[in-house]
Design a protein around this ligand. Structure first.
Ligand code: SF4
Ligand code: SF4
Length: 387
């Protein structure tokens, strides 16, 4: 299996949107699908938080949307969305805050809220750890998936980029399940690889345009850190190859140090051998001269400590739903939507929320049309509970 990756220097173009189109043009003849005959193209940037440095830049969404429209794709077949995994209305809030929502509105493109619909339960037969999980409906429905990751350090996963960006296909707080399933960086790598295996199997029509224009580094990645100008954009269809090449440009061996890349290579879910990767545009050696070394967030020991302390805080600060009986209309929607079935409901009675087993996804709160569900922190008890 061979793959092609396009590399461009943003400084050779008038701006990011033009450079995005330039990178895609380098590989467009090798795409295994046709944009114009697709029914529904979903563009998935990284919208982790309201800190714009932690997200894909709006210029990438602008560039790919303009490219698709020029190619002849009608606007009503293009949608943009992501799921940051926070709480109520956070995804649209973040999209507005970082400018991606405006890009959609200005171009007449629909912004879709991944948490705005009931998630779809999926099973991964070949999974190592995460056998069952939930996928956002817009992801399940699309026939072309355009991935717009940004390269950043990641305290648990070492780095986040082309492969890791797909973890956002799991809606909202359901991503928190990783904390139940994985207790260390290696296991988290397997969970990411399980998630990626679903993408490979179910979404064969994929394109990644990789934001290496400014790269986040430092121990607080992926939410905050120092921004380094790399001025590069990569385009391709094989996410493993893209992550390996991005890290190689930063003089860092991804296959040796990044657990999820190691697992994906071992499972043959992507192209990892240099001899099978063809480069178009700028040569890797020339790109290397432009950028500083990509340094991992911390050594193994401090990463483990940060993971453990992070897990303690996570468990205490994790949120659980609390019923407000004054507002509740006893409709039972919360019970029906709960993915782990921990809300008991009988007709004409108030629902009963069980703390044990609740994975803090807050889907129940999202779905309650009467605003009858509040949230509160788990607190000290959270340390001894299952979420
Ligand atoms: S969805 Fe809201 S209103 Fe309906 S039973 Fe649950 S808490 Fe009550
Ligand atoms: S009760 Fe169910 S739906 Fe609500 S947060 Fe917990 S797991 Fe999610």
């Amino acid at each position: 299996m061979k793959t092609k990756i396009g590399i461009v220097n943003v400084n050779d173009y008038r701006g990011i949107p033009e450079a995005v189109a330039g990178a895609v043009k380098l590989i467009e003849r090798d795409l295994p699908f046709n944009f114009t005959s697709s029914k529904y193209i979903l563009i998935k940037p990284n919208m982790l938080s309201a800190n714009k440095d932690a997200c894909t830049q709006p210029g990438f969404v602008e560039g790919i949307v303009d490219y698709l429209i020029k190619t002849g794709v009608s606007k009503d077949r293009i949608k943009v969305g992501d799921s940051p995994g926070q709480v109520r209305k956070t995804a649209p809030f973040i999209a507005k805050k970082i400018g991606i929502y405006d890009v959609c509105m200005n171009r007449g493109i629909e912004y879709v809220d991944f948490e705005g619909d009931v998630p779809v339960k999926e099973t991964i037969d070949e999974a190592v750890i995460m056998k069952d999980f939930y996928v956002s409906k817009p992801v399940k429905d699309c026939d072309v998936l355009i991935n717009l990751p940004r390269l950043k350090t990641h305290a648990e996963a070492t780095m986040t980029g082309a492969v890791k960006n797909y973890y956002g296909i799991i809606p909202g707080g359901l991503k928190a399940k990783k904390h139940v399933l994985s207790r260390n960086a290696e296991e988290f790598g397997e969970v990411l690889a399980d998630n990626f295996s679903w993408v490979v199997k179910n979404k064969p029509n994929r394109l990644t345009v990789y934001d290496l224009h400014t790269v986040m580094v430092g121990p607080q990645g992926p939410t905050a850190g120092r921004m380094l100008n790399w001025n590069l954009i990569l385009a391709g269809t094989d996410e493993l190859a893209l992550d390996i090449v991005a890290l190689e440009i930063g003089k860092f061996d991804g296959l040796k140090h990044v657990p999820h890349l190691k697992s994906i290579y071992r499972r043959h879910l992507g192209v990892g051998d240099p001899g099978d990767i063809e480069i178009a545009g700028m040569a890797i050696e020339d790109a290397k001269k432009l950028v500083p070394k990509f340094k991992p967030p911390a050594g193994l020991m401090s990463r483990s400590i940060s993971y453990l302390t992070g897990n303690v805080f996570y468990k205490m600060l994790n949120k659980i739903p609390v019923l407000n009986q004054k507002m509740c209309e006893k409709c039972g929607d919360c019970s029906r939507v709960c993915p782990v079935k921990v809300i008991e409901f009988e007709e004409r009675h108030f629902p009963v929320f069980t703390r044990k087993g609740c994975i803090s996804c807050l889907c129940c709160m999202e779905m309650c049309t009467y605003n009858a569900i509040d949230v509160r922190y788990r607190g000290i008890r959270g340390l001894f509970e299952q979420a």
